[in-house]
Design a binder for this molecule. Sequence first.
Ligand SMILES: C[S@@+](CC[C@H](N)C(=O)[O-])C[C@H]1O[C@@H](n2cnc3c(N)ncnc32)[C@H](O)[C@@H]1O
Length: 311
Amino acid sequence: MFEAAAIAGGLERASVVIPFLSQHTTAASSSQRLLLPSHKLTFSTTRKNSAILAIRGARFVREAATAQQSAIIRSYGNDEASERQRLFNRIAPIYDNLNDLLSFGMHKVWKRMCVAWSRAAEGDTVLDVCCGSGDIALLLAHRVGVNGKVVGLDFSKDQLQLAMIRQHESPLTSSLNMEWMFGDALNLPFEEGTFDAVTVGYGLRNVADIPRSLKEIYRVLKPAGSRTSVLDFNRSTSPPTRALQEWILDNVVVPVARQVGAEEEYAYLKGSISKFPTGKEQETHAIEGGFSSALHYEIAGGLMGVLVATK
Ligand SMILES: C[S@@+](CC[C@H](N)C(=O)[O-])C[C@H]1O[C@@H](n2cnc3c(N)ncnc32)[C@H](O)[C@@H]1O
């Protein structure tokens, strides 16, 4: 699947080499189910004058990590998670461009704010939960630099594959210490006290159990003073702001998404915002989850919000 995605993305040919199993898979035989700790990926690209791009030691998720995927889906006990996984897999190819269009590029500014408020610093080990195609994780990587480490975690394999390709396509990030992990925000696969900072961008609204997700973030943060910064749509308590947000969703976002065949996917936004906790409720969830302080900041005229919570 990785090979197929690479080819679909404009590459001439792609193959995955798994040294420690002495195995070479091709696009035609890419159905293994492994989350490999280390392997080598090599493919040639038409985009850059057929330059050979070699990614060594990269960790990523193989298409058929289906055993893990089923485990995640089962953990919800309903179809909600699998439907969301399918949704985010489906929109992966258009997700970044559509976000640029729909927010007039502003989502990049809000993501920078989210990263700055996490207080991630040079040399830190940081986690981006629900990383999608990697926008926030890539910003974090610049911030923590060569001595730091960024882990991007998501349960959409298609989004993770795009994130990894984006990292390795740019000379600015290809050599940085980043890891892309397939996993569940409700059951983070890390020891407690692992990270100096944790970010989430437009992910918390999508998880099936928000208080549990915040507890998980609290658990994996290092003790005393480490922070999480959570960016999402704001469920405003101000009627004019809510009316404006709904108007934008109905008259801009969904019609634009319809033009690119993603109406259903973006229509889902409105319902998810209406069920999302308000800023105050998010603060309460964070405090109940163990954080010593939590503040929710409204940004973009109240259309978006960032929850900043300190362990
Ligand atoms: C709207 S996208 C945001 C992606 C990225 N953070 C950004 O800001 O562009 C939400 C992401 O959350 C992921 N997601 C939702 N629920 C999840 C869960 N329980 N565990 C892991 N990832 C999840 C989806 O797969 C999707 O990639």
